[in-house]
Write a protein that binds this ligand. Structure first.
Ligand SMILES: Nc1ncnc2c1ncn2[C@@H]1O[C@H](COP(=O)(O)OS(=O)(=O)O)[C@@H](OP(=O)(O)O)[C@H]1O
Ligand SMILES: Nc1ncnc2c1ncn2[C@@H]1O[C@H](COP(=O)(O)OP(=O)(O)O)[C@@H](O)[C@H]1O
Length: 199
């Protein structure tokens, strides 16, 4: 018999709605996706700072940090990236259930994996933000020197070079970081959240 059949889901006494009501805002996941160096981390953290300063319950999950802890042991094969994103999706759902606005900064290069995360949430709670930037500019920025190492062959399966990035087809937002500044981008996201009555 499958062990999971013996595990029963416990419902919380306090609901997500109770928590949202007390926080005075709705909860959602803002899912940043894009190439390495496109600006996911910078945007997620700038948005988090802005939300925090306005008394909003928010938090950031960042690729590099999660891979040091929760997802240590996962690499960059298609299967490992899938598992990485699946786990982040589940963790994000917990944050949303806890009434917070969670920003995630993962390359999440495969459309199917992102759609599986979207399917975990009710309509409107998964906000896909495509952080769009030409690879030539990401490569010029190369904040961690990874493109240089990938070009030299020192890193295998590097997204955009030796591993694919599948662009979102219908994301809630597109932020073009080669033409928009970080403050402009944050304003665009905040306006979206206001228009959707999330904050
Ligand atoms: N092979 C390869 N391909 C892409 N990226 C690599 C690779 N090896 C290491 N790194 C570093 O890991 C960060 C990406 O981790 P993610 O968890 O976001 O990747 S994924 O969503 O599972 O594809 C990524 O961080 P960001 O630059 O913040 O995107 C890189 O710093
Ligand atoms: N308009 C912009 N939006 C976001 N990042 C920018 C922008 N212009 C320059 N950058 C720089 O590009 C780099 C992006 O790195 P990072 O945020 O770590 O990207 P990612 O998390 O996608 O790998 C940072 O050094 C950041 O300062």
């Amino acid at each position: 018999m499958d062990d999971n059949q013996n595990i029963i889901w416990h419902h919380s006494i306090i609901s997500k709605l109770d928590r949202q009501y007390r926080n005075k805002h709705k909860s959602c996941v803002i899912w940043f996706t894009g190439l390495s160096g496109s600006g996911k981390s910078s945007l997620a953290n700038a948005l988090d700072k802005e939300l925090f300063q306005h008394g909003i319950q928010s938090y950031v999950l960042d690729g590099d940090n999660i891979r040091h802890g929760l997802n240590a042991g996962l690499g960059f094969s298609k299967e490992d990236r899938k598992e990485n994103i699946r786990r982040i999706g589940e963790v994000s759902k917990l944050f949303v259930d806890s009434g917070q606005i969670i920003s995630t900064a993962f390359i999440s290069p495969f459309r199917e994996d992102r759609e599986q995360v979207r399917a975990l949430f009710p309509e409107g709670e998964f906000i896909e933000v495509y952080v769009k930037c030409p690879i030539s500019i990401c490569e010029n920025r190369d904040p961690k020197g990874l493109y240089k190492r990938a070009r030299s062959g020192a890193i295998r399966e590097f997204t955009g070079i030796s591993s694919p990035y599948e662009e979102p087809i219908n994301p809630e937002l597109i932020i073009e970081t080669d033409t928009m500044s970080i403050p402009q981008s944050v304003t665009k996201i905040i306006n979206f959240l206001k228009n959707k009555n999330i904050i």
